[in-house]
Design a binder for this molecule. Structure first.
Ligand code: ASP
Length: 335
């Protein structure tokens, strides 16, 4: 089942909050909203490993192919994310991403390597492979972040081609949204799905990347967590990596991915670290977590993995030990 179709099936509340996707074999479970039997199994310490947010088996397959043919974890996460950026049917990443309220498709992405180098682009327009531009920022400039017009100018000068990222389908969805134009961005069935990917290669070297068109119908100029190193993504080669999806504002406020890596450094498993990071969000006084979703995935240097979310229907795709599969995430809100 495709991600978006699943999202529509997985509405949780009156605001249509939903968070997930499904493997074909889990269809029945998706429909009756029970938990997949393959939910979050005991994770193994096996290398290499690739994990990604949501149901993106083509992307994880590409990443593993890169690693198996001798490529680095960094190449793996970049090429893996590019698969989803080029997929016009995915309305949350790259070409075909849903626009902001004024019709601009703006992309956020970042990448981080085993040496702690990182690069990011924010509010990038007209260039589909934001993750590759982020890598260029990391490798070819003295900076970490480029935003807006400057990011686009740099991309064009680096040989990327400009194209209109607003597809007919996304334009139609935006026009439909404009009829009511609800001002407050609420994370819901139409507006989440950052693709975040982490890889640990055969040498135990860790890299990560994430890419998104951000919250659908966001305010013009809004940037989420995904290009913010430490929030949307963090990698430390001594420890492992973590990446986020969901309402970026909440991830930024808790510096979620950095937190998870630091918790793993202190001895927590990837699963325990993801759970604590979600706890930091939902346990804030007065926080009404019922109206938004956040999901985290993490991997440590040994290849153990974890994933956790506020609500049901978040999932992780994992390629490890010859198996490329989707895993339903455990979640906090059981009500
Ligand atoms: N985290 C992204 C953002 O807030 C959105 C998402 O993952 O759906 O921009």
């Amino acid at each position: 089942m495709k991600r978006r179709k699943f999202l529509k099936n997985a509405s949780l509340t009156g605001v249509g909050l939903a968070v997930g996707t499904a493997v074909t074999s889990c269809n029945e479970q998706v429909e009756d909203k029970s938990i997949a039997s393959k939910e979050n199994p005991e994770s193994k310490a096996v290398l290499p490993v690739v994990v990604a947010t949501w149901h993106v088996i083509d992307a994880t397959a590409k990443a593993m192919e890169v690693i198996e043919s001798g490529g680095s974890a960094l190449d793996a996460v970049e090429l893996g994310c590019k698969i989803e950026e080029a997929n016009e049917k995915g309305q949350s990443v790259g070409k075909g991403g849903l626009p902001d309220r004024e019709g601009n498709v703006t992309l956020d992405a970042c990448i981080m390597d085993k040496n702690g180098n990182c690069g990011a682009v924010l509010y990038l327009k007209d260039i589909k492979h934001a993750v590759s531009v982020a890598r260029k920022v990391m490798e070819d400039t003295p900076h970490v972040m480029l935003a807006g017009e400057g990011a686009k100018q740099f991309a064009l000068e680096s040989g990327f081609e400009a194209e209109d990222l607003l597809t007919e389908a996304s334009k139609k969805a935006w026009e439909k949204w404009k009829v009511e134009s609800k001002y407050k961005p609420i994370i819901n069935i139409e507006n989440h799905d950052t693709i975040g990917m982490l890889a640990v290669d055969k040498n135990g070297d860790v890299s990560g990347a994430c890419t998104t068109s951000g919250l659908a119908y966001k305010m013009n100029g809004r940037v989420g967590d995904s290009p913010i190193i430490g929030s949307g993504l963090f990698v430390d080669n001594e420890v492992g990596g973590a990446v986020a999806t969901g309402l970026g504002e909440e991830v930024v406020k808790t510096v979620g991915s950095f937190l998870i890596v630091e918790l793993m450094r202190q001895g927590k498993s990837p699963q325990e670290a993801c759970e604590e990071a979600i706890g930091r969000i939902v346990n804030k006084p007065g926080k009404d977590y019922k109206d938004f979703q956040v999901g985290y995935i993490a991997v440590n240097k040994k290849g153990e993995t974890g994933c956790y979310s506020i609500h049901q229907w978040f999932s992780m795709t994992k390629f490890q030990d010859g198996v490329n599969e989707q895993i339903q995430s455990h979640f906090f809100n059981k009500s």
